[in-house]
Design a protein around this ligand. Sequence first.
Ligand code: TNX
Length: 492
Amino acid sequence: MNIIPKPVSVVRRDGEFVLSASTSIRVAPAEPEILANGQYLAEQLQQATGFALPVVAAGNAPHPGAIELTMGGDDPELGAEGYTLTVTPERVTLAAPRPAGLFHGVQTMRQLLPPAIEASTAQPGPWPIPACAIRDYPRFAWRGVMLDVARHFFGVDVIKRFIDLLAYYKLNRFHLHLTDDQGWRIEIKSWPQLTIHGGSTQVGGGPGGYYTQEDYAAIVAYAAQRYITIVPEIDMPGHTNAALASYAELSCDGRARDLYTGTEVGFSTLCAEKEITYRFVDDVVRELAALTPGEYIHLGGDEAAATSAADYQRFLAQAQAIVQQHGKRAVGWQEMGRIPLLPATVIQHWLVDPAQSEATLHAVEQGASIIMSPASKTYLDMKYDATTEWGLQWAGFVEVRDAYEWDPAAVLAGLGEEAIAGIEGALWTETITRRDAIDFMTFPRLPGLAETGWSPRAGRSWDEYRARLAQHGPRLAAFGVNYYRSPQVPWA
Ligand code: TNX
């Protein structure tokens, strides 16, 4: 039993259920979302086993040889994402009050099967699931990862595969850093040069790229089928050179900037004094909000070194209001905690310098909830050690143990469990040019991040965790993930 994230409770029983060509998947009630979870399970099992398991409506009598998905009941402790999973030699019963709980329970079921279940070609089997009783629900509601597609651009296929891997570890937020100095990656129909010109390059001068609105909608839908909310970020008022290169009128001096392919930060700013700047923000947020069913639009607000304090406050006060006018909640990086926040705004803590903590604590005093992304624990672009080929090291090396062994509620005095929305890892891509580098930097730190966000604080231990993580090596290999073979983990 090497489930990651570790469930709230697992009781091992005698015997096992063995998946076979005559296993059926029975759902009750036979509603579309429950059927969809049954279909998703059947698809996950089909490639490696070769079985085309039928998904059928459950009758009244329990059916031997079946995997049953049932939804309903009122178990407040399980909440929107919890589930119970009971495995006997006769049948598997997955029950949840809400569909997301069924989805997470399916991930647990996959992890109870042998690692070869994740292979994309037919494997010999057999396919036992150990008999057990599991009860499980998350500690935090926000369990996310950010990917920077602005410094280097990654296409829809890379994004979908990444989403599949997030889902496997029960993450439920995918934050896309869509714009930065080096590139604008989301089509905005009312400001077409943003992508035509502003999306035409990237760090190091490559061809860049961008998502059409149709691409973005496909990503949102793919994530939604996996109970993952897309959190799109338009970083403002700094980190905006690509926009300033596309539209001269967004700069205070009215002069278009050159495209930028370096990696400095803190040199660009939208003009807070101009009316057109707010029309621009309104158009961008309006188009993005219309494509985004999730509650949140991330406004960035980090490292605005080229914006005066007064302009920063004026700009982000209006930008927060614009987000609310379009029916969304704003998210901002830690620096935004210094200014007055609208009641719904969420703040993302990232800076490791203790002198910067007052920005986060000021947000807490204003009643904001906080996403914990301390760079020294959660930044997936930090090198593991001095030999790591990719990444940066401004927040120190982040080995697999560092990424696991920390508690979100113990990072800052004055920031306790009740103010924490959850946690998020961040993969900045100044040095990341390829999918295998994304894999290497993300895995195996992401499973530790996922457990930190999901599993109860009590009972977590690195020694116990690393033995479980070791057993995920063959699973990640079966997925084709180029993971880092950390010497801290006794790999299977
Ligand atoms: C800081 S974290 C940044 C990014 C960089 C990253 C590199 C944050 C809000 N801003 O602009 O890409 O460091 O690690």
